[in-house]
Design a protein around this ligand. Structure first.
Ligand SMILES: [Fe+2]
Length: 316
């Protein structure tokens, strides 16, 4: 049986029905919290982990509420799917559940040509953005950044569903806490980065409006008592338009390359930490992310981004 929705297209409910009739609907997922081994990184930031036994959990209000709570608290969460899900039906239903019950906005489209899902995997032709190859479609490393920093309404959350991890030791995802970075930034730099004195280019592959090739904005939002400080960042797209902005950007650049800062502020998630069947959900304004070089041509993640609101308007 197929069900259609405007963001994910046709979704199969076959697994869903099978599980409904083949087993008793479980009362709630296991929240292990410490079941994942992150080697040295685990000591820096434990990442909450939920084991998801079946597709039906995506429609379980307790489960969706649990995801929402962890995202609100930590801004990062891992889900281990204990069932095959080649079409990412669990993830699409989860995002719809967050929209229906927890005020998240629906997913954004990735470009003028693509829908809500984007396949992150090496490609040499048939690029998802049309003529232009996205960075995510290469095997190159991808330095610290947030997704869609060039959008007026950048998505607050994104999730990656690991359909095939890198089996040759590459493609590790790293995440860095914005709160930890701020501990190392001078007040002067924080102030300058919070002013709309930066030009941010829109990558060709994600250009939705050919007449809108860049935006002007700030890197940080001014501190809010409930929301803290949010960030947007992708260095290769950003240039400073004032002297104070340039100086602050240089300070941030140095910080992101500092080994001491990295060791106290970031986690490196290898293929062992995020094997096939994992889903990692990240607050795109509280965590920077990066990846190292991909070594496995078959590495394949599926991404969705949602809850796009202006930076600093995340709600209370
Ligand atoms: Fe990214």
């Amino acid at each position: 049986m197929l069900r259609s929705n405007p963001f994910f297209g046709h979704m199969s409910l076959r697994n869903c029905r099978f599980r409904l009739f083949s087993s008793v609907l479980p009362r709630g997922p296991t929240r292990s919290g410490t079941s994942v081994t992150f080697s040295t990184a685990q000591r820096v930031f434990p990442i909450e982990t939920i084991e998801v036994p079946g597709l039906l959990y995506s429609r379980n209000t307790n489960h969706v509420a649990q995801v929402s709570t962890i995202l609100g608290d930590a801004g990062i969460l891992k889900l281990s799917l204990l069932f095959p899900d080649p079409k990412s039906d669990y993830l699409s239903q989860l995002v719809l559940g967050l929209h229906n019950n927890h005020n998240h906005h629906l997913p954004i489209t990735h470009s003028g040509l693509r829908g809500a899902f984007w396949d992150v995997r090496p490609a040499v032709s048939n690029f998802q953005g049309g003529t232009y190859q996205a960075r995510s479609e290469t095997m190159k490393n991808f330095p610290w950044h947030t997704d869609c920093c060039y959008e007026e309404y950048p998505p607050r959350y994104f999730a990656l569903h690991v359909l095939q991890h890198d089996r040759h030791g590459g493609g590790a995802l790293s995440v860095m806490s914005v709160n930890k970075i701020l501990d190392h930034l001078s007040p002067k730099a924080i102030n300058a980065l919070s002013r709309p004195e930066f030009k941010i280019m829109v990558p060709q592959e994600f250009m939705k409006n050919p007449t809108k090739r860049w935006i002007f904005g700030s890197i940080l939002t001014p501190h809010h008592p409930n929301k803290g400080i949010s960030i947007r960042f992708r260095r290769d797209l950003i240039s400073a338009v004032t002297t104070r902005a340039s100086q602050a950007l240089a300070e941030l650049d140095l910080l992101l390359q500092d080994a001491t800062v990295q060791s106290s502020s970031s986690l490196r998630l290898s293929a062992q930490d995020l094997p096939r069947g994992s889903v990692i959900v990240i607050d795109n304004r509280k965590w920077l992310h990066a990846r190292n070089q991909i070594k496995d041509q078959e590495r394949h993640l599926r991404r969705v981004r949602w809850d796009a609101v202006p930076l600093g308007n995340e709600g209370t």
